[in-house]
Design a protein. Structure first.
Length: 79
């Protein structure tokens, strides 16, 4: 039997898991990477992010939709 609460990753929303995987992948660093403090991420190339990464990780290429969903989680975590 596991620890109380179980594996934290198992309780994360798929959106957050996909964001983490995308940013953590060193191959995507020219497009998206962790900020200097490691507590945020930076999208360096919005065009390539939209054309390459969004369809691969999220099955769409709508940057506005990604930002809208990200804002939902940011507000939820902050409040």
């Amino acid at each position: 039997m596991g620890k109380p609460g179980g594996d934290r990753a198992a309780h994360l929303a798929p959106f957050l898991t996909k964001c983490y995987e995308m940013v953590e992948d060193g191959a995507t660093d020219p497009i998206i990477s962790w900020g200097s403090a490691g507590d945020s991420f930076v999208i360096w190339d919005i065009t390539q992010f939209t054309l390459q990464l969004l369809p691969h990780y999220f099955k769409h290429s709508n940057f506005s939709s990604f930002m809208r969903q990200l804002n939902i989680y940011v507000r939820h975590c902050v409040t």
